[in-house]
Design a protein. Structure first.
Lengths: 700, 209
C-alpha cells in the first residue's frame, strides 16, 4: 500500500483511498468468516473426539502387527490397563496365549481382505479373570491407499455367553427332571391330546408314552373328574396371561381301568408349537389310606374315651343298660350287626352274657368260650371252618343266623375274665389285622368294665361281710342277755318238772296242780324255742357258708392283700407254710378276717420298733391229727403282762386309735369255728397270736 | 306267839314263769312261799318275824339282787339269801358271797341244790335269830348298868385285877369291888367266866383297842 499524502488530494487520490477502505473492510469481513469457520471446525473436532472417546463400543487403532496406536476411554476400561502404558504395546500381550493365533489370523484377514472381520478373544484382566471379548476390525487406508492401520471395535460378551451356556444347561436339566420326576408329568395340547408323557406317568397309567401320545388324555381321567379337568384347561386357555396353574383333586384311571385318587396341577406352557398344558399328577391313594386310617384311629379313640367315661362311673344298677349301650356303639363303629359280652366266673364257666337284642345266651358258644379261656383270638370267617367238636356252636350260628364271628378274650391281671364277640348277619367278611387291633383296644375297655364290676361286687360283699362281723360282735355283746332269756324258760321248765316229780310222790296226788305244771312246761318250752329262733335270726347271713378250705391258700390270700401295707411300713413279711395241711371247714371270709386282723395287729405292734428288724411271720402248721394252727409272729414290743388277760375282751385296746373290737371279734369267729385263739409273748421279743381250727371231717 | 314261827321262803324274780315254778317246787318241798316280781315289791312287805330265806335273782330291772342284798344288810338279821343267776359272773358271785349270801346258783337250777341251799339258809336264819335274841337280852341287861358300872364291866372282862382297874379309873380298890358286885348282879352272871361270855356275846368292846 502506498503512503497517503497530507497535501490536498486529488479526486483520484480520493477514489483510491475509498477503494482501499472498501477492500480493507472486505478483508476484515473475510477474516472474520475464516475465524468463525475455524472456530466451528475446532468445535466439530472436539465433538467427534468426544464421540469417539465416549462411544459405547470400545475402539482401538492397531497397526498391521497389532500394536495399539490409539485407544478410546472404553477400550482402556475394558482392557484394564493404564492409557499411557497401553499405546505402543501389542494387543497380544493382553490376550490369553491360547488365543494369540486367533488374533494374528484375524489381523492378517483384516489387512488382506479389508472386509470387516470378527473373532472372539479372551482378554486377561487382573490376576486370574478373563473376559470374553468380541473383536470386529476394519482396515483404514492411508493417503497412498495403503492399509497400514485398522480400527478395531471391542465388545465384552462374557455375560451374554454365560447366559447362552446357562440356557443350554437348564434345558438339559429340565429334561432330566421331567424324565426322572416321581410325579407323573404329561403335556397336553390345546385340543386335549397327549404330547409328552414322562416315565412316571407311563408307570402311573400303565401305558407306554408311544401309545398315548397323539390320543386324548381324557381316557386317563375318571368321568366324575373330567369336567374339572376340562375346565382347568379351558380356564387357562381363556386366561389373558398364562395362569399360574390350577391345583385340584381328581380321580384318575389306569389303562387297565382301575381307578385311583390323584392330585393334579395344570398349567399352561408357552411354546412355539402353540398352547400346551403341563399336567402334573401325584398318586395320593397311599396318603388317603393313611388319612383314612388316621381318621379311623381317631374315631376309635373317641369311642374308647366315650366308653371309658360311660363305664367309669357305673353303678351296678345301670350296668346292664350301659353295657348294651356300649355294645351298640362298638357295633356301629365296627359296622357289624351283632355284638355281645361274655363274663366268665372265676372257675372259668360262662357266668353271664350281654348281647344286643339278646341274640346270644350263656350256653350258646361253648367251643368259642373254651378257646377264649385259653386266651385265643377266635375268628370264624365261614361256618365250614368250625371243627367237629363245635357242634353246639354250629347250631347256635345257624339258629341265630349269624355268619362269621370274631371274639377277643378279655384279660385282667393275667386272668381271662370274659370275651367280646362280634358277628355279622349279612355277607361273610374277612378279618383284618386292623380290626383285630381295634378289638384288642376295645377289649381292654370292656375288660376293665368287667373287672370294675367284680371289684364293685367284691366291695359289696366285703361290706356285707363287715356288716356280718359287726353283727357277730353285737351277738357277742348280746350273748349274756340272750342266755339269760333262754335260761328263764329252762329254769322254769326244770323247776316245774321237779316240782311235779315231788307232787306225784305225794299221796293223794294233786292232779290239778300237776296238770297246771305240765301246761306251764309246754309254754316255757315254746318260749325257749322262740328265743333260740331269735338267736338264729340274728346269726343268719346270706352268704355265710362253711366250705372245705385250704388254710395255706387262705393265709396266702391275706398276705397278698396286705403286701402293699407291709411294704409301706417297711416290714418284712415271711410265710412259713406247712406243706400238705389237711383242709379245714369254715367260712373263708370270716377266717380271712381273723388272719387279716392278726396281721394288722402285728403290723401295728411294730410301728414303734426299729425299721430294720420289723419282721412278721405268718406260719401254718399241723397241730394234731384233728387241728391246724395258724400263727402270726411279730417283732414288736410284745404284750404287757397286765394286758395279756384282757386283750380279747371287747372294747379293750392299748392303741390310741382303735375300738378294741378286732381281737374280740377274731376270737368269737375262731370259737364259732370250734377253734381257740391265744396270744403269748415270744422269748426273744414280740408277740405271737395263734389260733387252731379243727380239721374238716364231714363231707360238704 | 304260839310256838316257833314256820320258816318262810321269799322268791324275788322278775320272770313270771320262773317265779311260779320255783314257788311250786319250794312249796312242794314243804316250805311256805311268798313270791315277788321285784325288789321293791318285796321291800314293801312288812318284815317277817321268823326264820326265813330269800331266793333272789341277780339280774332284775330296777333294784338288782345285789343292791337288794346291800339294802337288807343294813336292816337287821333279816333273811339269808340264795342267789340265782342266768350266767357265771365271778365278780358278782364273790360280791354276793362276801355280802353273806348262802349260795350263788346258776339257772336252770337243780331242785336238790336249791332245796339244800334253802335248808342251809333257814338253819342259818334260825341260828341268827337265836343269837340276835340273846344279844338283845344282854343288851337289855347292859342298859341298866350305871356309867361307872359299865366302865368297870368293860375292864373286868379284859381280865384286869381290881387294883389295876382302880388305878385306871382313879378310884379306890374298895369302890371297884362294890361296882363289880353290882355288875355281876345286874348281868345275872354267876361267875367271872360267865360275865366274860356275856360281854363277848353282847359285843362289849374292850377299852384296849
Amino acid at each position: 500500500m502506498r503512503k497517503p499524502r497530507a497535501q490536498p488530494r486529488t479526486e483520484a487520490q480520493k477514489r483510491l483511498v475509498h477503494e482501499l477502505r472498501v477492500q480493507q473492510l472486505e478483508l476484515e469481513r473475510q477474516n472474520e468468516q475464516i475465524r468463525s469457520t475455524q472456530h466451528e471446525l475446532e468445535a466439530e473436532r472436539d465433538r467427534v473426539a468426544d464421540l469417539y472417546q465416549l462411544a459405547p463400543v470400545a475402539h482401538l487403532t492397531l497397526d498391521r502387527v497389532g500394536t495399539i496406536v490409539e485407544a478410546t476411554v472404553l477400550a482402556v476400561a475394558l482392557l484394564g490397563v493404564d492409557r499411557r502404558r497401553l499405546t505402543r504395546r501389542r494387543l497380544h500381550e493382553l490376550v490369553v496365549p491360547a488365543d494369540w493365533a486367533t488374533l494374528s489370523r484375524h489381523l492378517a484377514d483384516v489387512f488382506a481382505g479389508a472386509a470387516r472381520r470378527t473373532c472372539d478373544l479372551r482378554i486377561v484382566k487382573g490376576r486370574d479373570t478373563a473376559r470374553l471379548v468380541r473383536v470386529s476390525s476394519v482396515a483404514v487406508p492411508d493417503a497412498e491407499g495403503q492399509s497400514t492401520r485398522c480400527r478395531t471395535a471391542l465388545m465384552d460378551i462374557t455375560e451374554r455367553k454365560q447366559a447362552e451356556e446357562g440356557l443350554k444347561d437348564s434345558r438339559a436339566q429340565f429334561e432330566s427332571i421331567v424324565t426322572s420326576a416321581l410325579d407323573a408329568i404329561v403335556t397336553v395340547s390345546e385340543d386335549g391330546r397327549v404330547v409328552l408323557m414322562n416315565p412316571a406317568a407311563e408307570q402311573m397309567f400303565g401305558c407306554k408314552a408311544a401309545t398315548a401320545i397323539g390320543h386324548a388324555f381324557d381316557r386317563f381321567v375318571q368321568e366324575s373328574s373330567r369336567q374339572w379337568y376340562r375346565a382347568a384347561i379351558v380356564a387357562d386357555a381363556d386366561a389373558i396371561s398364562p395362569a399360574p396353574g390350577r391345583l385340584g383333586a381328581m380321580a384318575a384311571r389306569r389303562a387297565d381301568g382301575t381307578e385311583f385318587p390323584v392330585e393334579a396341577s395344570i398349567s399352561e406352557v408357552a411354546d412355539n408349537r402353540g398352547r400346551l398344558f403341563t399336567v402334573i399328577l401325584r398318586d395320593v391313594s397311599a396318603r388317603q389310606r393313611a388319612e383314612h386310617a388316621l381318621a379311623e384311629r381317631l374315631r376309635l379313640e373317641q369311642l374308647v374315651t366315650h366308653l371309658a367315661m360311660a363305664f367309669g362311673h357305673l353303678s351296678t344298677v345301670e350296668f346292664d343298660q350301659e353295657v348294651q349301650r356300649g355294645l351298640r356303639a362298638v357295633v356301629g363303629f365296627l359296622e357289624v350287626e351283632r355284638g355281645g359280652l361274655i363274663e366268665f366266673s372265676p372257675d372259668g364257666k360262662v357266668a353271664r352274657c350281654w348281647a344286643i337284642e339278646e341274640w346270644m345266651d350263656v350256653g350258646d358258644f361253648p367251643w368259642m368260650a373254651a378257646r377264649l379261656q385259653r386266651r385265643d383270638f377266635v375268628t370264624v370267617s365261614r361256618l365250614e371252618e368250625l371243627p367237629d367238636e363245635a357242634v353246639v356252636d354250629r347250631g347256635s350260628y345257624l339258629r341265630c343266623r349269624v355268619k362269621p364271628q370274631v371274639a377277643v378274650p378279655l384279660e385282667v391281671g393275667g386272668k381271662v375274665v370274659g370275651g367280646l364277640v362280634f358277628s355279622t348277619v349279612g355277607a361273610e367278611r374277612a378279618t383284618s389285622d386292623e380290626l383285630m387291633q381295634q378289638l384288642h383296644l376295645l377289649g381292654e375297655v370292656f375288660a376293665n368294665l368287667l373287672s370294675r364290676k367284680q371289684t364293685e361286687l367284691d366291695l359289696q360283699k366285703l361290706r356285707q361281710d363287715l356288716a356280718h362281723v359287726n353283727r357277730v360282735a353285737t351277738i357277742g355283746a348280746l350273748t349274756t342277755s340272750l342266755s339269760h332269756e333262754l335260761n328263764q324258760p329252762l329254769t322254769a321248765i326244770l323247776s316245774n318238772a321237779q316240782a311235779a316229780q315231788r307232787l306225784i310222790e305225794v299221796d293223794p296226788m294233786d292232779l290239778g296242780e300237776v296238770r297246771e305244771i305240765l301246761k306251764d312246761i309246754v309254754e316255757d318250752d315254746k318260749r325257749a324255742g322262740a328265743v333260740i329262733h331269735r338267736l338264729r335270726d340274728l346269726l343268719r347271713k346270706g352268704s355265710l357258708d362253711f366250705t372245705d378250705l385250704d388254710v395255706n391258700e387262705l393265709v396266702g390270700d391275706v398276705a397278698r392283700l396286705v403286701s402293699g401295707d407291709v411294704a409301706l411300713r417297711h416290714v418284712s413279711l415271711r410265710l412259713e407254710l406247712a406243706p400238705e395241711l389237711p383242709r379245714v371247714r369254715g367260712d373263708r371270709v370270716q377266717l380271712q378276717q381273723v388272719v387279716l386282723n392278726l396281721v394288722l395287729n402285728g403290723l401295728d405292734a411294730m410301728q414303734e420298733s426299729a425299721a430294720r428288724g420289723r419282721t412278721l411271720v405268718l406260719r401254718t402248721a399241723k397241730e394234731s391229727s384233728a387241728a391246724v394252727r395258724v400263727a402270726t409272729r411279730d417283732s414288736g414290743a410284745g404284750i404287757d403282762a397286765a394286758d395279756l388277760d384282757h386283750i380279747f375282751h371287747a372294747f379293750y385296746t392299748t392303741k390310741s386309735a382303735g375300738l378294741g373290737m378286732g381281737l374280740a371279734i377274731a376270737r368269737s369267729i375262731v370259737e364259732a369255728h370250734g377253734g381257740r385263739l391265744t396270744a403269748e409273748n415270744n422269748p426273744d421279743g414280740g408277740a405271737t397270736f395263734s389260733f387252731t381250727l379243727p380239721v374238716g371231717e364231714e363231707g360238704p | 306267839m304260839t310256838g316257833p314261827p314256820a320258816p318262810l321262803v321269799f322268791i324275788v324274780d322278775d320272770d313270771r314263769s320262773v317265779r311260779k315254778s320255783l314257788a311250786r317246787l319250794i312249796r312242794a318241798a314243804g316250805y311256805d312261799v311268798e313270791a315277788f316280781a321285784s325288789a321293791r315289791e318285796f321291800l314293801a312287805r312288812p318284815p317277817y318275824d321268823g326264820p326265813c330265806c330269800l331266793v333272789l335273782d341277780v339280774r332284775m330291772p330296777g333294784l338288782t339282787g345285789l343292791e337288794l342284798q346291800e339294802t337288807l344288810a343294813t336292816a337287821g338279821p333279816g333273811c339269808p339269801i340264795v342267789f340265782l343267776t342266768g350266767y357265771r359272773d365271778v365278780r358278782a358271785s364273790v360280791k354276793a358271797m362276801k355280802g353273806g349270801a348262802i349260795d350263788f346258783l346258776i339257772k336252770p337250777v337243780n331242785d336238790e341244790d336249791l332245796l339244800r341251799a334253802i335248808e342251809r339258809a333257814v338253819t342259818k336264819a334260825r341260828q341268827t335269830r337265836r343269837e340276835w335274841a340273846r344279844t338283845t337280852e344282854i343288851h337289855e341287861r347292859i342298859k341298866i348298868l350305871t356309867p361307872r358300872e359299865a366302865e368297870v364291866f368293860a375292864l373286868v372282862v379284859t381280865g384286869m385285877l381290881n387294883k389295876q382297874i382302880a388305878a385306871e379309873l382313879g378310884v379306890s380298890e374298895k369302890m371297884i369291888k362294890v361296882h363289880r358286885g353290882r355288875v355281876m348282879e345286874k348281868m345275872l352272871a354267876g361267875s367271872l367266866a360267865e360275865l366274860v361270855r356275856l360281854a363277848d356275846e353282847g359285843g362289849v368292846a374292850s377299852p384296849h383297842s
